[in-house]
Ligand binder design. Structure first.
Ligand code: DGL
Length: 269
């Protein structure tokens, strides 16, 4: 494999369409970087799959992106990061960033009371990966985690402000509210789209941490410190690979990305 060059693309991957929230944050923060996105739309959702299956699928995707000569790998999916980030790092010749590390870092900076809540898919919450990442930064923090499995389908349905979603959020967050928590990590690619509704539900009780924004910041720092920032300041190249093209992909994808989605390519792993 050839050495990484500043002109090479950033590789971002997720179990499906949700990781486009990370791509959107990267496009805003690093407007001259070329980006390749991979969404495993044929096998989504990962959040309810076993650790062995998630690990195997994750490595397949990382290998595919490394073949495309990416200069950095970004695990945009919280579930994959929770279960398989160590495995990807061990096998990767390029730096690997993941949303859990980025979200944990930001939560520790934001929290003043020392109590952090984390919401995510069952696989992410069961792995305890956020609590481990937070405790590695500072063992004094208390972490309370809550799985919210219904949020992913509700977001995919486009029910971002729907009363059913509001009721679901109130129900999921009830046990979080009784803990002494001032910061809530949105530990899933889909949750940033629920930010307005969640802000309304939590009110002034807590601040929300969006790991898409923190990973964009971390990527910018990494590219600078490794001399990998693209010096060419012209319209970048964006490519999107998916393993299936479901009917609503374009509409949902554009909602996540916040702009039109072109250059979509279907691949078989
Ligand atoms: N991308 C996943 C995550 O961030 C959510 C969707 C899924 O379950 O695959 O955890």
């Amino acid at each position: 494999m050839q050495a990484s060059l500043p002109s090479h693309p950033i590789g971002v991957f997720d179990s499906g369409v949700g990781g486009l929230t990370v791509v959107r944050a990267l496009m805003d923060r690093l407007p001259f970087e070329n980006i390749i996105y991979f969404g495993d739309t044929a096998r989504v959702p990962y959040g309810v799959k076993s650790v062995a299956t998630i690990g195997h699928f994750t490595q397949q995707i990382a290998d595919f992106l490394l073949q495309q000569q990416v200069k950095v790998l970004i695990i945009a999916c919280n579930t994959m990061a929770a279960v398989a980030a160590d495995r990807v790092r061990a096998a990767s010749p390029v730096p690997v960033l993941d949303v859990i590390e980025a979200g944990a870092r930001q939560a520790v900076q934001v929290s003043q009371s020392g109590g952090i809540g984390v919401i995510g898919t069952p696989a992410t919450i069961n792995s305890n990966a956020y609590a481990r990442a937070i405790h590695q930064l500072d063992p004094r923090f208390r972490v309370y985690s809550q799985a919210c499995p219904l949020f992913v389908p509700l977001v995919e349905e486009g029910w971002l402000e729907h009363p059913v979603t509001r009721l679901t959020a109130q129900e999921y967050l009830k046990p979080v509210f009784v803990e002494q928590i001032d910061t809530l990590v949105l530990g899933c690619t889909h949750y940033p789209l629920l930010k307005p509704l969640l802000l309304d539900v939590v009110g002034t009780r807590m601040k929300l941490v969006d790991s898409a924004l923190s990973i964009a910041e971390q990527t910018a720092e990494l590219l600078q410190s490794n001399g990998l920032a693209n010096p060419v300041h012209q319209a970048p190249d964006y490519r999107y690979y998916v393993t299936d093209l479901p009917v609503k992909f374009q509409t949902i994808g554009e909602r996540f990305l916040g702009r039109s989605l072109n250059r979509l390519e279907l691949v078989n792993l």
